[in-house]
Design a binder for this molecule. Structure first.
Ligand code: HEM
Length: 182
């Protein structure tokens, strides 16, 4: 993944727990780089190792870290660094979710080597959507839940998100399916 992802984890850890915690987490994750370059590609392993090491060092469940990171990604990384792109995504939450399948196509203009997830929207009503999340990357379902929480804060709307089928089930058929209602 692009270095901006690891850099965002770093920013979140330092904001919430300070520089010393970050140095300890880097050591635990065997990271030798002094800093991550936003525009360079790093092996996915590094990102997963940073989440596990944060979980161990901070004694916080890794799934909770993924949820927090999803919120941080929308509200800090994306809105502060790419506000124009985010606002162009929609004038309300429903519109943003409807446009989500195309969102990373625009991100790819800034990050040409991006390997983004695929999103599809189904069963669209006035107050709910089923979001299908397709990726080769394991274990990031709670990151998606955090991203949706971040979008809910961005659009000042309360939402409920339920994982109703997983990629390995017959109903999911390769996709994790989230039912999002508001
Ligand atoms: C300006 C805003 C955004 C930028 C710049 C961005 C960029 C990225 C980058 C760089 C990655 C790592 C993949 C790689 O480096 O190949 C990524 C992954 C991902 N993005 Fe975005 N993204 C943005 C917004 C969003 C939003 C709004 C969502 C969903 C609500 C989202 C969902 C995801 C997910 C789930 C992944 C994890 C990778 C996977 O599942 O395979 N992103 N994005």
């Amino acid at each position: 993944m692009y270095g901006m992802v690891n850099k965002a984890i770093q920013q979140m850890v330092i904001r919430d727990h300070g520089e010393e915690s970050w140095e300890a987490i880097k050591l635990k994750a065997n990271i030798t780089e002094d800093l991550f370059l936003s525009n360079s590609s790093y092996p996915d392993r590094i990102t997963y190792d940073l989440v596990s090491a944060s979980s161990e060092h901070l004694e916080v469940d890794a799934q909770l870290i993924l949820i927090e990171f999803g919120k941080f990604w929308v509200l800090d990384t994306a809105l502060k660094g790419y506000g124009g792109l985010m606002r162009a995504g929609g004038k309300n939450l429903k519109e943003f979710l409807l446009n989500l399948p195309n969102f990373h196509t625009r991100v790819s203009m800034v990050f040409p080597n991006l390997i983004p997830p695929t999103f599809e929207v189904h069963n669209i009503t006035d107050h709910s959507i089923d979001l299908h999340y397709i990726t080769h990357r394991p274990g990031l379902q709670n990151f998606v839940i955090g991203l949706i929480l971040g979008l809910s804060t961005m659009y000042k709307i309360e939402t409920e998100t339920k994982l109703i089928a997983t990629r390995d089930s017959e109903e999911g058929n390769g996709a994790d399916i989230f039912h999002i209602s508001w």
